[in-house]
Ligand binder design. Structure first.
Ligand code: HEC
Length: 135
């Protein structure tokens, strides 16, 4: 019985150690967007007449992503996570739903904006502004 417990403990210790090692050395994980979001329809595509998207971007996103979305905001230097240029093909090649998920739900150093940008139409205006930045 005792040896069984010992081997469980040893195994657990090794597992924890391995996980920690992987967490600290792995390159940035691919950001997997749930299918539900990926295929989400942007019913406001192309719209931003009142510049709501631009205003919200300047208010909430510019500090990290920079005025043009290049990733050169004033706070960018403090971040450990690599940010992609929002105007790059890598980012623009994603669906509106993918960008929505990443921009609104976020992960780690990319903040969650569900509370700060509550209105769904406003959220899509921000996504439309990300598209406009690349033009
Ligand atoms: C505190 C700094 C910070 C703020 C503020 C911020 N972001 Fe980010 N953003 C990041 C970081 C860091 C990443 C990379 C996250 C990752 O890959 O894990 C990121 C990633 C993204 C991505 C995914 C790009 C890709 O590589 O596919 C989008 C889209 C995005 N941000 C949009 C926004 C929008 C829109 C706002 C404002 C509503 C915003 N971000 C505000 C730091 C920030």
């Amino acid at each position: 019985m005792k040896t069984k417990l010992n081997s469980i403990l040893t195994f657990s210790a090794i597992a924890v150690f391995t996980l920690a090692l992987v967490a600290f050395t792995a390159p940035q994980d691919e950001w997997v967007v749930p299918a539900k979001y990926k295929s989400m329809e942007n019913e406001y595509a192309g719209e931003d007449e009142d510049e709501i998207g631009e205003d919200l971007f300047n208010q909430h996103c510019k500090s990290c992503h920079g005025k043009e979305g290049y990733g050169d905001g004033t706070k960018a230097k403090e971040l450990e996570t690599e940010m992609h240029d929002l105007t790059s093909a890598k980012v623009q090649g994603q669906t509106d739903g993918e960008l929505y998920y990443k921009a609104i739900i976020g992960r780690d150093e990319m903040p969650n904006f569900e509370k700060k940008i509550r209105d769904d139409e406003d959220r899509w205006m921000v996504i439309n502004y990300l598209r406009a930045l690349a033009k």
